[in-house]
Design a protein around this ligand. Structure first.
Ligand code: DO4
Ligand code: MG
Length: 285
């Protein structure tokens, strides 16, 4: 079951249930104003199964604009959860290599704040590369959608845009390397009702196009993530509450070669096999 936020003819954001690959049912007509309220209940899929028997308006996906699949949820991210990410980061910075090496094996994961909901970029809109960065990359990541009790209720696709030269210069610059305009994209929708073991079978694919030609493609499997999803979620909710729920990116396992940097006008495509495609052009911010 897939849920989205959408806008039809410049109106207020609405909640949609994708009934197939080309149409959605308008759940706002059934009284649902936010994804947050729908996802708040642990039995959300059963409730939806009841609601969707009602005669609700149906729209063509081609006639709506998809919005970010978050209302007020904070977005956080886990780091160094794949061996590939640990190696890339140890190569990127001799100065910080020990920190990455240690956190990969430590009990406590690396978790960092990534974005307020209102700053997240939806599919189709530009993600940013910093004008003061020399080495910028997308990070294709599976994102856990958590309700206010920390329960994983769904999954979406995330792009944790990063300035690797700024991060590599000094680990204390991590917030500047990770948080800036257009640095977080999420979408296109939330996939519900999937167990962790099913999600671990999914593939994550990254393709970067420049003037229509692929300049990088790579893939990984969600199963390569070192930590369990509930372990990551529990650490996020330790000593912190999220009254609106939260989204947690689970780290990257696809890293372009060190000679590669994004340019304005590139197109970033991230596909997660069980969810869909998140596609964003790149602009300098
Ligand atoms: O430690 C820096 C960030 C790591 C990260 O974003 C990742 O592994 O995906
Ligand atoms: Mg990342």
């Amino acid at each position: 079951m897939r849920l989205c936020r959408f806008e039809a003819s410049q109106g207020e954001p609405r909640i949609g249930w994708l009934v197939d690959d080309s149409s959605l049912v308008d759940l706002t007509a059934a009284g649902f104003q936010s994804l947050e309220s729908l996802l708040a209940s642990d039995d959300c899929t059963e409730r939806l199964a009841q609601i969707t028997k009602w005669p609700l308006p149906k729209l063509a996906l081609a006639n709506v604009r998809l919005l970010v699949p978050v209302d007020r949820q904070e977005v956080w991210a886990a780091g160094v959860t794949y061996m590939r990410s640990k190696k890339a980061r140890m190569d990127e910075s001799e100065f910080s290599a020990t920190a990455y090496d240690r956190v990969y094996d430590a009990e406590r994961p690396e978790l960092f704040f990534k974005s307020l909901a209102e700053k997240v970029v939806p599919t189709g809109e530009p993600v940013g590369i910093r004008q003061d960065a020399r080495w910028s990359v997308p990070e294709p990541e599976l994102a856990l959608v958590l309700n206010s009790r920390g329960k994983i209720v769904g999954y979406t696709i995330g792009n944790d845009m990063s300035s690797r030269d700024i991060e590599g210069e000094n680990l204390l610059y991590l917030p500047q390397a990770k948080i800036y305009s257009g640095s977080c994209a999420l979408g296109p929708w939330v996939q519900l009702g999937i167990t962790e073991s099913a999600a671990r079978e999914w593939k994550i694919r990254l393709k970067i196009l420049r003037q229509g030609q692929a300049v990088f493609s790579g893939e990984t499997s969600v199963g390569q993530i070192k930590r369990r999803f509930d372990e990551l979620a529990q650490f996020l909710f330790r000593s912190q509450s999220f009254p609106h729920g939260a989204v947690l990116l689970t780290g990257t396992g696809v890293v372009p070669p060190d000679t590669f940097t994004l340019q304005e006008g590139d197109l970033v495509e991230i596909e997660v096999s069980g969810i869909g495609l998140l596609r964003n052009p790149v602009m300098i911010v």
